[in-house]
Design a protein around this ligand. Sequence first.
Ligand code: BTN
Length: 249
Amino acid sequence: MVAPRVHFYGVVDSTNDIALRMARRGQPEGTVVLALGQTAGRGRRGRSWWDEPGKSVLMSVVLRPEGPAECVPQLSFVVSLSAAEMLACDYSLNAAVKWPNDVMAGGRKIAGILVETTRAPGGVAAIVGIGLNVSQAKFPREIEGAATSIAIECGAVCGVEEASDRLLARLFANYDAYLARGFEEILERWRKYMWGLGRQAALVTEERSLRGVISGVEPTGALLVTDHLGEVHAVRSAETINVETNCSL
Ligand code: BTN
């Protein structure tokens, strides 16, 4: 079992940067960096991550799963599953995961996940960063239509510490399950929260644009999209995914 070793900070640049530095210095698997706020929070694809100090869970965890580098993306499924389960089970929210790892509630994004890797003594370490909106009542204009928080969705006051404890507990339990029984079980549970299944979507990947119905996730974690000719495409990464209309296969 991997045990969390939590380090608390005030306002930092980015918890991922701190965790990256710690991993490079040899801090063990299970090292957790939690901060009150970030001045340079990073999102995926070079985007930034906005926060209001004291209102979100801002967390980065050092993990060192054994196995080939291809396994690293599987960690984002472990984390997004943990966040979705925690929101659904502990807060009774209608949580979903927009592939691969945007966590949604009430149709808006409530959490984002950034997985990075670094060389560390004895091998490679993965840094799993998660930003979860907890007690914000509103968001800046640029993201207000797209973002939500636990407090908004529950219509009640929510504590960041409690949310962070609940997320950590699920994350470490699910990581242990992943190490003990593999990715298949995690993916099976993740499918229950999959957002947009059976709906028409427009995707932009590095190579092309693609339209089709979101038809599942394959055992590797790739997104399956069925186009109008019935051809099934396995998408390994996408810049944008816009679900268009309700439509079943
Ligand atoms: C995304 O949706 O693009 C991913 C956002 C990840 C944000 C978190 S907040 C904690 C950790 N530190 C960072 O700088 N980023 C991640």
